[in-house]
Design a protein. Structure first.
Ligand SMILES: [Zn+2]
Length: 195
């Protein structure tokens, strides 16, 4: 799985795919296990539930495949919705996914309190996608959503929360440097061109 760079769990789901601009597409969400592990790593599901879900998935491979496919659909909808919370079509589709999660959501006390999706339906294989959809819907209602940016790197399109107002790239190490190298090569080429 790619390094987390998004600063929000729902956005990390979007970043399991790169090449949203159509260039060099690559999908890191290759199995239900990847999906469940990611949901655990970003804090949306407790680790012991991730293990239970993976065991349940290995017993029902077809259901797991359908749940994975749904997660990929949710992923694209989340990206459109967080980049434009006024996009009625994307927000409508995200609302449908969040409504599937709603009856299973618990509010867990703490500092701060947090949502737990699917506590009562622990082995339901739609749970990871539901948890991401719920987290994305929650983000849509917050002012922070106006700070969601999409990386302009070629073959990227990852999304992240820009808390400084100055962040342009998903990562300076990947897209930022690649763009710098490309710009440098362009400058060299135009300097070498005869006048
Ligand atoms: Zn990037």
């Amino acid at each position: 799985m790619p390094q987390p760079v998004a600063r929000h769990p729902a956005l990390e789901l979007v970043n399991t795919f790169s090449g949203w601009d159509g260039a060099h597409a690559s999908d890191y969400l290759v199995s239900f296990d990847h999906l469940a592990v990611l949901a655990g790593e970003v804090g949306l599901l407790p680790e012991h539930d991730v293990a239970r879900l993976r065991r349940a998935a290995s017993r029902q491979p077809e259901v797991a495949e359908a749940a994975l496919e749904r997660a990929r659909t949710v992923r694209a909808v989340v990206r459109s919705a967080v980049l434009d919370p006024a996009d009625a079509e994307a927000v409508g589709e995200l609302a449908v996914a969040a409504q599937s999660a709603a009856p299973t959501v618990e509010l867990v006390p703490g500092h701060p309190a947090r949502w737990l999706v699917g506590g009562i339906t622990a082995e339901h294989l739609d749970r990871p996608a539901d948890a991401f959809a719920w987290a994305a819907a929650d983000l849509l209602t917050r002012p922070e959503v106006s700070g969601v940016r999409s990386c302009p790197g070629l073959g990227c399109g990852w999304v992240f929360l820009d808390t400084s107002g100055r962040r342009r790239w998903c990562s300076m190490r990947w897209c930022g440097n690649r763009a710098k190298v490309r710009a440098h090569a362009e400058r060299q080429k135009s300097a070498a061109r005869p006048r």
